[in-house]
Design a protein around this ligand. Sequence first.
Ligand code: DGL
Length: 268
Amino acid sequence: MLTSASNAAIGVFDSGVGGLSIAAAIRQMLPHENIIYVADSANAPYGGKPEHFVLQRCQAIVEYLMAQQVKLIVVACNTATLTCIAKLRALYPIEFVGVEPGIKPALNASQSGIVGVLATHNTIKSEQYQQLVARLKTHNKVLSQACDGLVEKIEAGEFDSLATQQLIQQYVTPLVSQGADQIVLGCTHYGFLGQQIRCIAGDDVQLVNTSDAIARQTLAVLERNDKINRCQEGGKTKLFSSRCNAEFLGICELLWPKEFEQVHEFTD
Ligand code: DGL
């Protein structure tokens, strides 16, 4: 049940800039919606931090978004979704949309029956992820690869550096050589390295990204609750960050051109 008005914003958050890939897909599908995006970049990455820390950060962000009367919260982070969305749902009277690695669509599309998943440590070790894999892998193979260091490179705006390329090589090549013909981008940050990953994986491998599916789910929740913003003006995205500086804004402008005028400070 969504209690805020239809013209209230949609809250979207991530440990950093990764969730902008989801926010951009929502903007594409729902052009009239206002979005409040929170990047907890001062605390990124979440992928190797203790579960209680990730929960505590998510709670601070959710409370911040709720104080701004958002109508729905999109947890645009696989790590946060898999480690704590159930707890957030139990704690707060607001609807959440979460994101998890698209293993099912990858298996459906796979010819080899082998799919690779790139994700963070916390995502892969979470009980929810392990259950998802156990449920889906019956006649197939799911190769899970934790990608330490990659989120840091994206947060630093290092998309094409040699070090980033080496990390991608280190994580992607073993999946392809074991027969994976689908690579699931199980972290919202990795969508911004699609081109670089494709280059190393080769043309026979498909990348699976869930951004559009999350945007469709957001639309479905709003429709179900009759909370679509009917205003005909284009929606705006207000950007908040715990690393509120010009460098951060520059990276966001690179990832989502023409969307932001400024970045506001997020503190809790
Ligand atoms: N973008 C995030 C995810 O989808 C978080 C990555 C991190 O902070 O480690 O998992």
